[in-house]
Write a protein that binds this ligand. Structure first.
Ligand code: NAP
Length: 326
């Protein structure tokens, strides 16, 4: 089968003669139909990640069709449409810490077939295509976890217009929340408005965007989706309401920026997010199925053009998700 692997010095290599895996007991063989890119994949493909990924098939997220099942498989049968979970062994309950993640510790989805433990898969919500389903495991579930508990009348601030932020915006709007977004371009601002963001602040033109958000909301937002991390926390603290929550998701902006005294004054909560469990994924999928929510896909590239997909993603021009299909 064909698969891409990460080179020692970074970059991808296409191999055409990799053996198709056979499903072991408890595993299913999946013919991959689509995969999607996440921010961490930039570092993984550059082989500049926490672990050495030389020779590893990258990408944590993917969707496909069950083509064969190993002994003892009861959750799925041949022909089922499935999507993988980001944390393969986190089924429910409290976060158990990082396990053997796909695309880093084990081979990921950028190949024609994968054989995976039945426990690390969920069914694809009916209305979604494989391309749409492939966007769910990391970005959608992280957005879902970050806005958990937000409801009608609450105000959410999302930073930027990448995969996680756009899903968080969509889930918060479904929950009846008022959403404010920051972004760096007028084109993306229009897209965010079309998805239901009531106000937009350009974080490049307005370095003190936290103060601006506080003015817009007359007292701050109930929840912040923190994407920038160390470089943006001080503005998020400025923007958050007394007793609100900052959901710490990313650390994209460099800096060392947490004003602890200001944070105390807010009596806010800083909660870090690590995607979510399979049980959280099932819960999210119920909402996706019932609401008819459609993931926002910026562009789809064919498998053979995986490198172009990465180059496009690295340019930062995308809005929502970048997908590879087969
Ligand atoms: N903790 C978790 O469980 C988890 C899960 C998934 C992802 N993440 C992390 O979350 C972050 C986003 O991931 P992603 O896959 O959504 O990335 P992505 O699709 O590449 O989106 C990144 C977006 O962030 C915005 N951005 C960049 N710098 C910013 C800044 N200084 N202020 C505000 N916005 C800024 C940009 O929005 P504009 O183009 O609109 O300006 C950019 O498009 C990454 O750090 C990633 O590692 C964490």
């Amino acid at each position: 089968m064909r698969a891409f692997t990460v080179r020692h010095g970074g970059g991808l290599e296409l191999t055409t003669d990799r053996p198709t895996p056979a499903p072991a007991a408890g595993e299913v063989l999946i013919k991959v139909k689509a995969t999607s890119l996440n921010a961490r994949d930039r570092r993984i493909v550059a082989n500049d990640y926490i672990v050495d990924v030389t020779g590893r098939v990258p990408l944590s997220d993917g969707a496909g069709v069950v083509e064969a099942v190993g002994d003892g498989v009861s959750r799925f049968q041949v022909g089922d449409r499935v999507v993988g979970t980001f944390h393969p062994t986190w089924i429910y309950g409290p976060y158990p810490g990082w396990g053997q993640l796909r695309g880093t510790h084990r081979d990921g989805w950028l190949s024609e077939y994968v054989a995976l433990d039945q426990q690390s898969l969920v069914a694809i919500p009916g209305q979604l295509s494989f391309e749409e389903a492939a966007t769910l495991p990391c970005a959608a579930l992280t957005g879902w976890s970050a806005v958990a508990g937000v409801g009608p009348g609450d105000t959410l601030l999302v930073q930027g217009s990448g995969g996680v932020s756009v899903f968080a915006l969509q889930f918060a709007r479904l929950a009846g929340a008022h959403v404010i977004a920051t972004t760096s371009s007028e084109y993306k601002a229009e897209q965010l408005r079309a998805l239901g963001a009531a106000d937009i602040v350009d974080y490049k033109d307005t370095p003190g965007w936290g103060t601006r958000v506080r003015e817009l909301t007359e007292g701050g937002v109930d929840r912040v989706l923190e994407i920038g991390g160390a470089g943006t926390l001080s503005q998020s603290i400025e923007a958050v309401a007394y007793g609100g929550q900052i959901s710490l998701v990313g650390n994209l902006a460099s800096g060392d920026d947490m004003n602890v005294a200001a944070f105390f004054q807010r009596a806010a909560t800083l909660k870090s997010i690590s995607v979510g469990s399979r049980s959280n994924f099932d819960e999210m999928n119920k909402t996706v199925a019932r609401s008819g929510l459609r993931p926002v896909i910026d562009r789809v590239f064919p498998f053979g053009r995986a490198l172009d997909a990465l180059t496009h993603f690295e340019s930062g021009s995308h809005f929502g998700k970048v997908v590879i299909n087969y």
